[in-house]
Design a protein around this ligand. Sequence first.
Ligand code: GLA
Length: 403
Amino acid sequence: MPLFLSLLRQIATHPVAWQDSPMGLSFRVLLVAALAVGGVSGRAAEAAHQSKAPARSSWGRIGDGSVEIYTLTNVHGVEARITTYGATLVSLKAPDRAGHFKNIVLGFDTLEPYLGATAYYGATVGRYANRIAKARFTLDGKTYQLAANDGPNSLHGGTRGFDKRIWQAEPLPASEGNGVRLTYVSAAGDEGYPGELTAHAIYRLDDHDNLEIEYGSTTTAPTPVNLANHAYFNLTGDPGVPVLDHVVRINADRFTPVDATLIPTGELRAVAGTPFDFRTAHVVGARIGDPDEQLQRGHGYDHNWVLNKAAAGITLAAVVTDPKSGRSLEVRTTQPGVQFYTGNFMNGKPAAGGGSVFAYRTGLCLETQHFPDSPNQASFPSAILRPGQVYSEKTILAVRVVK
Ligand code: GLA
């Protein structure tokens, strides 16, 4: 009989259980030993999913540029795929409570549909994620004009933001984890933004089922910067099923209410007593149709929450769970805000590139980021990067299972 089982059997068949006696103590020692041995044999079982070096393959071409896809896997079989087109998270495979793996991020199997898709599926958005009012801002006395691609406003970096660029990529050296480092150099004047910005995105998957997304940037002239991942999560693993039954918790006492064009009014409003109160877990669909002016403006949830930050560094932003499958995702971040978007503009229409686009509210986003329109709102945390400074933000998507 293996040592682990024989230890367990001794524990199970012995008449004395837990108590503060020398006997109880020796049982505790036995139990600890059994668990330790079990841990070792558990790890042996995991060897079936050796964490491998990142796999890199070619994923197509856009004009002269070749696009690649990287696959990261860990010892438990969690798998993340990242393409160099838009530094995009294409898929993230996560287990349900029975151990069945499914992809929990909306995306496509091939490059082509991404070229026509307009909803930033899984992409890294920049140079400025979210909206800039009236597509302009003034910095150090100079006004910069951007493309208005969302009514009067600029959204997600403009007409051709970072999500529509090919990033250069290389696998991380093993000493820095199991991951890929992507780089995009945005020229001075790119989409109207000042300064040449060198942006990095690092995706790293560890053996505790954490997918870490790290963003870094430097610039040659002062510029706004706001980089965010725009993954749509559907923890059922079935992209045809709406996410209204998902349960969400957001670690925020306040949110930034918006005007009719989804630009923050500048107020930091308490969530208490509103459908925006996710301080305790709530079903997404429970209050989404409430007669609330903010919900009407967003056509559902499409707002920035002001994260509670007791200390600097990485803290909890949100937890989303699919109670049926048990799949759960914890989002931790260094960023001050999270845009919770319930896919209100998704409409299931085929994309120009030929791929199908996902149906109404079949994905939800938790875009960790600086507050929308910060370049025009002096009271918001600054999103300006100056030469000599390093922009550095980190978000962890922790894949979990609940009972
Ligand atoms: C963000 C915005 C939404 C919408 C999506 C993309 O989440 O806040 O209003 O534009 O991106 O469709």
